[in-house]
Write a protein that binds this ligand. Sequence first.
Ligand SMILES: *Cc1c(COP(=O)(O)O)cnc(C)c1O
Length: 374
Amino acid sequence: MKIEFFRHNIGDIEKSKVCQTLDSIFLTTGDVVYEFERQLSDFVGSDYAIGLMSCTAALHLSLLAYGIAPGDEVITTPMTFVATATAIMHTGAKPVFVDVEPETGNINADLIEAAVTDKTKAILPVHLYGNMCDMRRIREIADKYSLIVIEDSAHTIEANRDGYGIGELSDAACFSFYATKSITSGEGGAVSLNNKEKAELIKQLSLHGITKGAADRYTKKYKHWDMDLLGWKYNMSNIQASLLLNQLNNADKYWQRRDEISKRYEDAFSKLNGINYPKVPDQSKSGRHLFTVWVDPMNRDETLWSLQEKGIGVAVNYRAIHLLSYFRENFGFRKGAFPIAENIGESTISIPLYPALTDIEVDYIINSVIEAVS
Ligand SMILES: *Cc1c(COP(=O)(O)O)cnc(C)c1O
């Protein structure tokens, strides 16, 4: 059997929407993007959403819009994709890592206060695998020290916890539509927020810092535009938005299937010694973006390879990022700095999780994992 690590859900409806856009004159940011932004803000319950080129861009611009600048510190997790930290570094600020919870791999809110200094300006939690961080605690700490909270929600638009959804307890939430994300346009991202002034600023920063987008210039009576801010080129195109609209419509249906598969994995693996997996926090709905198993670090790579040999696509999400060369060399991190994150990073194996998986494939994956660890 050959089971890809990931298969996207792009089908005839998405393709015909893309063709419709290609047949129109307007390929860059325009009506299709605006439609997607409205639907995304409805979905997550925010006042505003802005389509961008990537989640990295969304994180970068959110941090900038809230004034994060050189010399500042931003508290985040080492158990994430590098983009979380590089977005901080692109503002000139320093990422300050704190260790994670052993049960979830999410930032350990109990450790955040000890990392706050007079340079700390923001907290950047990551909802790893789609399991939501303890946003109530994080908001409390942020309020106590007057910090901004930006969510790296690249792994979920669907999650909630303690009655709060993504973006409800933060200043902005950032999403990814990268090729292996649950909803994808190959490359793409977005930010949701409830602050009109910051939303307008992010929009402007996403397009060079100029005062009018191409759609406005094209559809309205010609007016000269100005550039009064130094911006970036991060805007989403109508082609990307055409791929995303129908997937967003089906997000709940896709989530249902990922949840069903995740529960089958959990049932099968809960009975096994030598294998563990992240716990969905109480009072929460997980976005169910990735399913990772945690095995003995001594056997992790062999388990990975043996699953590959059985034709199963696997990934590692993630090795703790403070131990990657750049972070070691520029921040002086050594092994032992964040032992829980390091241990998860050495134990973790992501196995396939997407709606197109058949029950037969899921059974094959379960049996292969069981064989590989026993
Ligand atoms: C994928 C991912 C990103 C980056 O998303 P892009 O859209 O590729 O920029 C950031 N953080 C996490 C946790 C991710 O998984």
